[in-house]
Design a protein around this ligand. Sequence first.
Ligand code: FA5
Ligand code: MG
Length: 381
Amino acid sequence: GEILSTLLEVGGVKISRDDVVRENDPTNNVPDSIFSKIGLQLHRRDNHPLGILKQEIYSYFDNNFPGLFNKFDNLCPVVSVKMNFDDVLVPHDHVSRTYNDTYYINAETVLRCHTSAHQAELLREGHSYFLVTGDVYRRDSVDSTHYPVFHQMEGFRVFTPVDWEASGVDGTSYAAMDLKKTLEGLAQHLFGNVEMRWVDAYFPFTDPSFELEIYFQGNWMEVLGCGVTEQKILINNGRAGSTAWAFGLGLERLAMVLFDIPDIRLFWSSDLRFTSQFSSGQLGVKFKSFSKFPPCYKDISFWISESFTENNFCEVVRGIAGDLAEQVSLIDSFTNKKGMTSHCYRITYRSMERSLTDEEINELQGRVRDEVENKLNVTIR
Ligand code: FA5
Ligand code: MG
């Protein structure tokens, strides 16, 4: 079982459990399993892979732009809908705003789903160069590279006309060139000489927008999203006449590659066999997997209703099994003559730390069945 603190303080903001988890409030969808992650701040631990990576990225910016970038790693993850979405121009009908994708505390307050939520407030406070590192929250599927809480680092740099006038290109082109140069340098700093490529992308807050991919162990891996900041954001926050770039990178994705960490759940492990392998300043050290314990597969089939979503199902599984749930996958789906649709999901249970007993897995699966039936408006087959 997880220990729930009833009152936390993060970045000077007090957060009480009863304000964040309210089961009978339709404007709230935060479970205890998520509340228990708030305030852990893995990115602020010196000997944790995420803390080590954060420091290494800081070093890159300190070496190349001495004294320029302000760093924030303790901004509260509880933010307004305005900060998370409106201020960065996310359209009102964008899927990321739904209760299926985002954790809402109430209709106006969310757990930030990206560090871009802080762009506007920091601009208004007068910052022109900043790095924001923090935990971000998304309702999502369950597998080795997806976890409902992960960490991002946002970078932001504002240019004024004197910066680009002498260059002979316009402000947008200048920012785009500088952005690519800066991030290629960062990738080289972290990975050494690697093959990388730029891919065109879309974000509501940047135009043009790009993703950087790195060729690593036979695959192209997306490591970050970025682009030239939409003028409207600069104008709305007191920076008319300037241009800017922004990026957001996924720290777990980078750390999995840098340290050879095979499963995203490991970042949350307090097992000494994991935690003792990392120390401050040591970026190149490869993680040595301790022996994998056997997985156990359990299937569950039910008739879904219109309101059913896979994210809701995954959250029930995580709420009961926590990090013992390694993967949830849809293995069969069909619709009968009456128009009823059946889904069969396979849940993989596995501990990274010990062998699980049959009794304990059956007990978990039984609770999953009960809760799925009670909460999700489905009929078990
Ligand atoms: C964003 O979140 C944008 N805010 C990034 C950005 C910032 C773009 C500034 C432009 C300017 P995206 O949803 O793609 O974008 O997430 C960024 C990175 O977070 C991804 O490249 C990936 O590395 C990581 N990421 C996304 N979802 C997950 C997840 N469920 N688990 C772990 N890492 C994830
Ligand atoms: Mg545009």
